[in-house]
Design a protein. Structure first.
Length: 264
């Protein structure tokens, strides 16, 4: 597996330049994402996507995504740069495994420089589907911290094996992202469904359908929220579908509500 949460310090004559790099990279990112005047509700809604586009612009990556977490394994995608990046995030939510979830739980960067490496991988299901469903071959995830607590993560994707940059350099961008998300009150709601303008953005629409489908499964099977979500994930895995897509089909009545086998 690729490097996880580690990177070597630059050595030799370029060491000082390497130590100065985080400030330069952070300054460039901050300049690209600086709000211009009073932001409208639509601009707040589009903010996470703009942050993802800026990440792609300044780093050697082809995709980026930002998620906030409402619970241990309940993530909400608030911004993506490409459809493939959205798929990569949705796969982790569907399978409940992957670098973003690991980064969120550990509050540390997780960098996989070659997702196809034959070295043992802790996310076999995610790895297999990531390679099959997206064009990416490397992934890195970094936590978004508020007062030391992880409230979200941002992920970066490359078409070819490799790193998005020095771990410390890239992780420093998380502070800028977190500041923007706090200003937009994206982290404000932690109980139940968020109520901010960004929740109506395209990146979050399908994820909202999961909560609807979850409620339908709870009522049909007399399950707890966790049990209902587990049942939905099991059906999505069996059907080889993203959980978001399955939930949308259930919520809109295109497929029946999953029920437990009474013999089990």
């Amino acid at each position: 597996m690729g490097e996880q949460s580690r990177d070597r310090e630059p050595a030799g004559p370029g060491a000082q330049q390497g130590r100065n790099k985080p400030t330069t990279l952070t300054a460039r990112f901050a300049a690209l994402t600086q709000p211009r005047g009073r932001a409208s509700a639509q601009e707040w809604q589009e903010l996470p996507d703009r942050l993802c586009q800026a990440l792609v612009q300044i780093l050697p990556v082809e995709g980026a995504a930002i998620s906030v977490y409402l619970g241990a394994d309940i993530s909400v995608p608030v911004g993506t740069s490409t459809p493939d990046a959205a798929t990569a995030e949705a796969l982790q939510f569907t399978l409940c495994e992957g670098p973003c979830l690991s980064s969120y739980i550990s509050r540390r960067p997780v960098v996989i420089t070659d997702i196809g490496s034959p070295i043992r991988n802790p996310w076999p299901s995610y790895t297999a589907q990531f390679r099959r469903r997206t064009s990416y071959r490397a992934v890195a995830a970094y936590p978004l911290l508020v007062d030391g607590a992880a409230r979200g993560s941002f992920s970066l994707y490359r078409h070819t094996p490799g790193s998005p940059g020095h771990i410390r350099d890239v992780a420093a961008l998380g502070e800028v992202i977190t500041t923007h998300l706090l200003d937009a009150e994206i982290f404000a709601a932690q109980e139940g469904l968020p109520t901010h303008p960004w929740i109506d953005a395209p990146a979050t629409r399908l994820r909202r359908q999961v909560w609807r489908a979850q409620g339908m499964v709870m009522r049909a099977n007399h399950l707890t929220p966790t049990q209902a979500l587990d049942l939905l994930r099991a059906h999505a895995f069996t059907a080889e579908q993203l959980l978001d897509v399955l939930a949308d089909n259930i919520a809109e009545g295109r497929v029946p509500v999953p029920t437990l086998n009474p013999n089990h």
